[in-house]
Design a protein around this ligand. Structure first.
Ligand SMILES: [Zn+2]
Length: 132
């Protein structure tokens, strides 16, 4: 496998990075909502993520309806870190299209501080929800 170009977000703001390998994944100013959930706890919706690769597109029934999503993997270590919304099938959920969710317990961020996000096994994207 070729060497991957990794975007460095240093100096751009508060960084969320992969908990396993510290690869930068997103910035706090790109958070759209902190009201999402995975099967494992809290998750954040970002308008932009970097240094990720995408899995196969998959139709999933989420809390807020049917969505076509792709799992997101850290390019540094291959960990599953969240999912991206390709298509939201429900009207009213369209704002999610093209945006990505990172599972909070998979990333280190500026608002770390509790051990609530204990490490658990992940098995692909789970539920979702939002504050709309
Ligand atoms: Zn990683």
């Amino acid at each position: 496998m070729g060497r991957l170009f990794v975007v460095n977000l240093e100096g751009e703001g508060n960084i969320y990075s992969c908990k396993h390998c510290r690869t930068h994944l997103a910035l706090s100013q790109h958070i759209v909502s902190k009201s999402f959930h995975s099967r494992h706890g809290k998750a954040y919706l970002f308008s932009k993520v970097v240094n990720v690769s995408f899995g196969e597109k998959d139709d999933r029934q989420m809390t807020t309806g049917m969505h076509t999503v792709a799992d997101i993997f850290c390019v540094g270590c291959g960990s599953l870190v969240g999912w991206k919304y390709e298509i939201a099938h429900e009207n009213g959920q369209k704002y999610k299209e093209g945006k990505s969710v990172l599972e909070r317990f998979k990333v280190s961020g500026p608002d770390d501080g509790s051990s609530y996000w204990s490490s658990q096994e992940a098995h692909g994207g789970g539920s979702d929800a939002d504050d709309v």
